[in-house]
Design a protein around this ligand. Structure first.
Ligand code: BES
Ligand code: MN
Ligand code: ZN
Length: 439
């Protein structure tokens, strides 16, 4: 809305210091925005008016603010509280509306466009967070596949879900091996958007969809195991990205693939020492059944060959080692195409999902080179994030590939100023930012 008179009518004015002009940044704007929201809630405000133009200064342009402020508010507002009984005596502190005001008429169009875009993106992020936060009893592979169908229906995407019999017929040995310890059948999600843009090249997204990771026979310790419902964060991010891409009408051909399984130690479970044959024909000795993500991703990566993609980006909560290295501060990025890696890294600076590259030197392959099989699914322990990526690399069908290890960043253990604890939806804004600028 436009400005006129709203300052005079306001019952309270909040002046926000932005610090030094040249130090002003997107991330600071996100923090200030959260501060304003928090303050408004404390004061029991019903309406907040923000003077959009006053937040754009230095490197931050007006349409950046119109994108960042609403997106941050929407993300800050999300809570995973559907299973909580409503508290009767505690009055809810809800803000009815937040308005972005402008003074120059000329700014209206760019503000409205940016606002619309940011709300689509924030909605996709919160959709992804919801899928992740849902417990594994509510969100098994079949339910995740049902959501993929829903995304396809609403966004007019092509959707194909392969069930256990098709997965067996296609000889996807990695997916079969991981899923066989669970009563939950595996599901292989394929979503396709923008077939009309094929001429401009295809990008494939691949997301790890382990709806619960017990470790299998190489079972995990019980401490923190409840968190392992977030082991499908990569798959959930792919669904969120596909949802937003279609609503934003991105001019690109996108294929989203998500192998979904539950990793359980049931009677039919694979054993350490099993040797399996993967979709692309390579043999793998399963040293550790807890290194399951790379087994299902390997099949999904080789499967993307049929789309003849220009680039492949995968997202996975792949290694505990990545969380050990970066905590929740950075995504581990690795790849075979330095230009693609750099594109993603840059996008991360913009969205605040920072990425840090680790090397894929061929010497690392020695650690997972097999004795009785082509490859082993786990090495001796050290360099875990890199050896996991080296494993995936063996199954990538094209030159241009980037792998995002989101094990540290997909989940927050405690509340942050503009983000509730739990799933973060990392990867959604990041990859959308990459795709928006795709040449
Ligand atoms: N999903 C886990 C990785 C993980 C662990 C993510 C902790 C977030 C927090 C993955 O399937 C796994 O278990 N990886 C093993 C690999 C090892 C057995 C080679 C790991 O990182 O310990
Ligand atoms: Mn595991
Ligand atoms: Zn896992």
């Amino acid at each position: 809305a436009s400005y006129d008179g709203s300052i005079e009518r306001a019952s309270e004015l909040l002046l926000v210091g932005l610090g030094k002009n040249d130090k002003w940044s997107r991330e600071k704007l996100r923090k200030r925005t959260a501060g304003v929201l928090g303050y408004g809630k404390c004061q029991n405000a019903k309406t907040i008016h923000l003077l959009a133009e006053t937040f754009s200064s230095g490197p931050i342009r007006l349409d950046d603010t119109a994108e960042i402020i609403p997106e941050t508010l929407d993300r800050a507002d999300y809570r995973f509280d559907k299973y909580l009984s409503p508290k009767k005596d505690e009055p809810k502190r809800e803000i009815d509306s937040i308005e972005l005001l402008y003074s120059k008429k000329a700014n209206k169009n760019s503000l409205v466009t940016a606002l619309g875009r940011s709300r689509v993106i924030a909605e996709a992020v919160n959709f992804t967070r919801q899928l992740i936060n849902e417990p594994a009893n509510v969100m098994p592979p079949r339910e995740l596949a049902a959501y993929a169908r829903k995304v396809a229906r609403e966004g007019r995407l092509r959707c194909q879900i392969l069930g256990p019999s098709e997965i067996k017929r296609l000889k996807m040995g990695g997916i079969i091996a991981v899923s066989q310890g669970s009563h939950e059948p595996p599901q292989f999600i394929i979503l396709e958007y923008g077939v009309a843009h094929k001429k401009r090249g295809t990008v494939c997204l691949v997301g790890k969809g382990v709806t619960f990771d017990t470790g299998g026979i190489s079972i995990k310790p019980s401490k923190d195991m409840e968190k392992m419902k977030y082991d499908m964060s990569g798959a959930a991010a792919v669904l969120g990205i596909m949802k937003a891409a279609s609503r934003l009408k991105l001019p690109i051909h996108l294929v989203g693939v998500a192998p979904c399984v539950e990793n359980m130690p049931g009677g039919g479970a694979q054993r350490p020492g099993d040797i399996i044959k993967m979709y692309n024909g390579k043999s793998v000795e399963v040293i550790n059944t807890d290194a399951e993500g790379r087994l299902i991703l390997a099949d999904a990566l080789s499967f993307t060959e049929k789309f003849k993609p220009k680039a492949i980006i995968d997202m996975a909560t792949l290694t505990g080692a990545c969380a050990v290295t970066f905590a929740d501060k950075a995504v581990g990025i690795m790849g075979t195409d330095s230009a693609l890696v750099e594109k993603i890294r840059r996008a991360g600076e913009t969205t605040g999902e920072r990425c840090w590259e680790l090397p894929l030197w061929e010497e690392y392959f020695e650690i997972i080179k097999g004795h009785h099989s082509d490859i082993m699914n786990a090495g001796s322990g050290h360099g875990g994030t890199i050896t996991a990526a080296m494993f995936l690399k063996e199954f990538v069908p094209i030159k241009s590939w980037a792998h995002l290890d989101i094990a540290g960043t997909a989940w927050l253990d405690s509340d942050k100023p503009y983000h509730a604890r739990g799933a973060t939806g990392v990867g959604v804004r990041l990859v959308l930012e990459v795709l928006r600028n795709w040449k």
